[in-house]
Design a binder for this molecule. Structure first.
Ligand SMILES: [Zn+2]
Length: 138
């Protein structure tokens, strides 16, 4: 089960946003509104929240998701740092071997850094490869 999915949330969202969704779901699926029956969804919502509401547990879960993503996305072509990207304005790009391109912009980078991420995966715009970009170099 994907805790973010259960809470209709995304990994990048703030806890306060996720909390609002959680409260909405909790009300909607509360046993009192379902003839006293604790639905599976209600249990999942509570379980998901118990993991995401604690910063440590959320961090562990994020790391777990990240590893799963890496495993699944076995097609990580290489690891790069930003200095290897071509920079123009606030955009960074790197050419894939398929001649597609990996792109990230300054705003996305700022967001990632704000979230404390030290690396991120960028998908090629025309094939199934990804590159792992390390961000902690500046
Ligand atoms: Zn490509």
């Amino acid at each position: 089960m994907d805790y973010y999915q259960v809470l209709n949330s995304r990994q990048s969202e703030d806890l306060s946003v996720i909390k609002r969704r959680y409260q909405d779901l909790l009300l909607k699926h509360h046993p009192d509104k379902n003839g006293g029956v604790e639905s599976l969804l209600f249990q999942q919502v509570r379980e998901a929240w118990s993991h995401l509401s604690s910063p440590e547990r959320r961090q562990q879960y994020d790391a777990q998701l990240y590893r799963a993503q890496l495993d699944q996305d076995s097609a990580v072509w290489c690891t790069l740092d930003l200095t290897q990207f071509r920079q123009s304005g606030g955009d960074y790009s790197f050419e894939c071997k398929c001649s597609g391109v990996y792109e990230i912009d300054q705003e996305q980078l700022d967001d990632l850094r704000k979230d404390g991420d030290s690396d991120c995966l960028i998908a090629c715009d025309s094939c199934s490869l990804s590159v792992l970009v390390t961000l902690d170099n500046r």
